[in-house]
Ligand binder design. Structure first.
Ligand SMILES: Cc1cc2nc3c(=O)[nH]c(=O)nc-3n(C[C@H](O)[C@H](O)[C@H](O)COP(=O)(O)OP(=O)(O)OC[C@H]3O[C@@H](n4cnc5c(N)ncnc54)[C@H](O)[C@@H]3O)c2cc1C
Length: 396
């Protein structure tokens, strides 16, 4: 009897990563993506050394390196005064302890690397226009329900369907995501549109009261990525809509001239209402589990959501390799290995948001503490994160 495929709900970075891992282990995989086409929005994301360890394990280092950009430093400045708060070198030498670099990448390029790798494997079937609405356990597997009435039979279901996961709704049932009150405006400029005096090769964060701006080059330095974040209770929830430049300029009214000049370079911003959830210890039910933002959505202040989804994928693969005939047990092992690490990222990300957006005494303290530390001290708080997991033994 031919085994039923593993069904993956969602063809984002997490969904494709787990499809790749499972297919390479000999499983048939069906990816069900609700959108009309597979792809990612154009914006930058940062990739810590921990995820480069996973790329190496997956044999994807070369294609990633071809499209990534490697900044020399992570820099924090005060948004009002422009003063340097902290500079942390992240070039290859600085990160020798991890044996991996710190990079940034265009999301669409990262997604494409996974898509190309998936398309090489006939065991993976990629379906678009396939919105998952629910599931029902079946003897030895699961039946997945789609919005158009179709029913798909699988040996297991992995909900990689993001922040508003339908699969999570059925397993965890914790309602809507938590609206943080933080809004992100994102834009990407061709590098030729960035005047030399506004350019920096670093990942630079301008932190200020309830606001910050991040910028860095992308795609081998051909693009320039900007993310402006501010607090606002004007928005409830949403994803990928257009921002209002007037509001942005108002929020950054106190910013240094350099920052204002940069913001003025952009005419069209894409807007995100930033949400997360409380960490949970259980996100599996029998032959169904969650992965990536569906399992542990986080604010972006540690720049790790996609990295965690990719770590999840290899951990899940390792759990199934260790117990190939016990899918429910393997899903429990996987979540046991992941929930504290991902929960720590969820909670630490909130705290980093507070630090970036500090005002008054907290801002003074932040600046002094960072300014008095050594460069190497910049990694002390994140060592647990950047050292990563051992992809061969992720349960240790
Ligand atoms: C402003 C911002 C900055 C960020 N910066 C970073 C960063 O620097 N580094 C980093 O690592 N991460 C970053 N992240 C986080 C990162 O974007 C997410 O964690 C990551 O995209 C999660 O991947 P995912 O595959 O789990 O979910 P998603 O990317 O949300 O993908 C889910 C997929 O499932 C599909 N889907 C949804 N519902 C259904 C359904 N019912 N049926 C079928 N398909 C469905 C969606 O269409 C989508 O394709 C950032 C996020 C934001 C908002």
């Amino acid at each position: 009897m031919v085994a039923l495929p593993f069904i993956v709900a969602g063809g984002g970075i997490g969904g494709l990563a787990v499809a790749l891992v499972l297919a390479r282990q000999g499983h048939a995989v069906q990816v069900l993506e609700q959108a009309d086409a597979l792809g990612e929005i154009g914006a930058g994301i940062q990739l810590g050394p921990n995820v480069f360890r996973i790329f190496e394990h997956l044999g994807l280092t070369e294609p990633i390196r071809r499209v990534a950009y490697f900044p020399p430093n992570l820099v924090m400045r005060d948004v009002r005064t422009g003063e340097l708060v902290v500079r942390t070198a992240v070039g290859e030498q600085a990160l020798a302890a991890y044996g991996q670099p710190y990079g940034v990448i265009y999301r669409a390029d990262l997604h494409q690397v996974f898509l190309d790798a998936c398309r090489e494997l006939p065991a993976i079937a990629l379906h678009v226009k396939s919105k998952v609405t629910g599931f029902a356990p079946r003897e030895g597997g699961v039946e997945v329900q789609l919005a158009d009435g179709r029913r798909v039979q699988g040996s297991a279901l992995i909900g990689a369907d993001g922040l508003w996961s339908r699969v999570r709704e059925q397993i965890v049932g914790d309602g809507k995501p938590r609206v943080s009150g933080h809004i992100a405006y994102r834009a990407v400029l061709p590098m030729q549109d960035v005047p030399p005096h506004l350019y920096s090769p670093d990942v630079t964060l301008w932190g200020g009261e309830k606001t910050h701006l991040v910028h860095y080059p992308l795609r081998r330095g051909e693009l320039f990525n900007l993310v402006a974040v501010f607090h606002s209770d004007r928005y409830e929830e949403g994803w990928n809509t257009f921002g209002d430049p007037q509001e942005l300029h108002l929020r950054f009214a106190q910013a240094a001239p350099h920052v204002k000049e940069l913001l003025n370079k952009i005419e069209t911003w894409k807007m995100w209402v930033l949400c997360d959830r409380e960490p949970v210890a259980n996100w599996s039910q029998g032959h169904v589990t969650l992965l990536g933002d569906a399992a542990h959505p986080m604010l972006q202040y540690l720049a790790q959501g996609a990295c965690m989804a990719i770590e999840d994928a290899v951990t899940l693969g390792a759990a199934l390799r260790a117990a190939p005939t016990d899918i429910a047990g393997a899903f429990r092992t996987y979540q046991q290995a992941r929930y504290l690490r991902t929960g720590r990222v969820q909670l630490t990300a909130r705290f980093y948001g507070e630090i970036y957006h500090a005002s008054g005494v907290m801002r003074e303290l932040r600046n002094r503490m960072f300014q008095s530390g050594s460069e190497a001290a910049g990694f002390i708080g994140t060592h647990w994160l950047y050292q990563g997991i051992d992809p061969d033994r992720p349960f240790d």
